[in-house]
Design a protein around this ligand. Structure first.
Ligand SMILES: *Cc1c(COP(=O)(O)O)cnc(C)c1O
Length: 375
């Protein structure tokens, strides 16, 4: 089956007991055991597994061309579990990209993850930095985020995966911004593709789930499954059901997100009030050629810097009418956000940077809104 078909059918069938076409939401926390002690449908207790989560995991595995998936209560729960699931025989040292999702920075600075592991944070757009970091000390895990938050930096997945593999380190790609429609990291030798399902896969800003999709069986995958069962940061059946509803239109939504964003990038590049536009679809973006090779299109996220600094960019965010001033991304509504003021004193975001998640509205309405806000 092709992607669009798998997104709708994978793991799902007409319900045998009721003939309902959409899968029921199984809220039951526990499942009956047969007289002989067996579990006729293999489900025992909802934290360990439940029908809605099971189908979502199967669907994500299929969409990423993976071996297995493990779903968690949020993207951050999946990220935490991935780092902690590093097998005990691996060095507790992780190489991370310098431009990355801000929640990971908080994880390192505010929790014991930051002290239980050594982190080496480097700009991975330059492969020399990755080589140097790998040679500095034995490494267990290399974390890739591409395109990255909030500067849309592009990392060569295949090249970094190869460097990591030669050093015996596991690799993860945070594939949230690209989605499996545009980028399949497991094809390039990466061990895990990670998603904040919260974003594009859910697609409607109304659920929170994270998932890691594994390329193959491994001690780390076994740990991850054990962490899910035993530590218990699991998504609810209802949210899994919502994610399965959202994923059915993922390919079609991404096509519109990409074409809208590309048109907005072209328009912003030529606007006199704009200092810089960060979008890998632009020919002048430093990662354009790598993105063109490893992605089928350039995504629905872009950021831009407004001439005049902090105040000028805040003024643009204040004047938009159609864009919603909100954090997060990947929904049907367009969002705009001044990252530096959201992230606080430890921010690495330029003070005049606005990040936008381009939604599914008509592109001309979005352009007109930005035009009046930039006046
Ligand atoms: C949102 C996001 C996360 C975290 O997901 P949550 O569901 O909010 O915990 C991780 N990585 C990226 C790139 C994200 O955009």
């Amino acid at each position: 089956m092709r992607f669009e078909t798998k997104a709708i059918h994978s793991g799902r069938q007409v319900d045998k007991t009721t003939s309902s076409v959409t899968m029921p939401i199984h809220l039951s926390t526990t499942f009956e055991r047969a007289a002989d002690g067996s579990y006729p449908n293999e489900f025992v207790y909802s934290r360990e597994n439940n029908p809605n989560r099971h189908v979502l995991e199967d669907c994500l595995t299929s969409l990423e061309d993976g071996h297995d998936s493990v779903a968690f209560a949020s993207g951050m729960a999946a990220i935490t579990s991935l780092i902690e699931a590093l097998p005990a025989d691996k060095p507790r040292r992780v190489i991370m990209p310098s431009d990355m999702y801000f929640g990971i920075r908080s994880l390192l600075s505010d929790t014991d993850i930051g002290t239980n592991f050594d982190f080496d944070i480097v700009d991975m757009t330059n492969l020399n930095n990755v080589e140097k970091a790998i040679n500095r000390a034995p490494t267990g895990l290399v974390w890739i985020e591409t395109p990255s938050n909030p500067l849309l930096k592009v990392t060569d997945i295949e090249a970094v995966a190869q460097i990591a593999q030669e050093a015996g380190a596991y690799t993860v790609v945070d594939n949230t911004w690209a989605t499996p429609v545009l980028q399949r990291p497991l094809r390039y030798g990466v061990d895990f593709s990670l998603h904040a399902v919260t974003k594009y896969i859910g697609g409607h800003s109304d659920l929170m789930i994270g998932a890691a999709i594994a390329k193959s069986d491994s001690p780390m995958l076994a740990n991850l499954r054990a962490w899910q069962h035993a530590k218990g940061a699991v998504p609810s059946p209802f949210e899994c059901w919502l994610a399965l509803r959202g994923v059915q239109s993922l390919a079609q939504r991404m096509a519109t997100h990409c074409s809208n964003t590309s048109a907005i990038a072209d328009f912003l590049v030529h606007h006199p009030s704009i200092e810089a536009v960060h979008y890998p679809g632009l020919a002048e973006h430093p990662g354009h050629h790598i993105a063109a090779r490893q992605m089928s299109s350039f995504g629905g996220m872009l950021s831009f810097q407004v001439k005049g600094g902090w105040d000028a960019s805040m003024a643009v965010a204040a004047k938009v009418q159609l864009f919603t001033r909100a954090t997060s991304l990947g929904g049907t509504h367009s969002f705009i956000e001044h990252r530096a003021s959201v992230e606080g004193s430890t921010t690495m975001a330029p003070s005049n940077l606005l990040r936008v998640s381009i939604g599914l509205e008509h592109v001309d309405d979005l352009k007109e809104d930005l035009l009046q806000a930039l006046e």
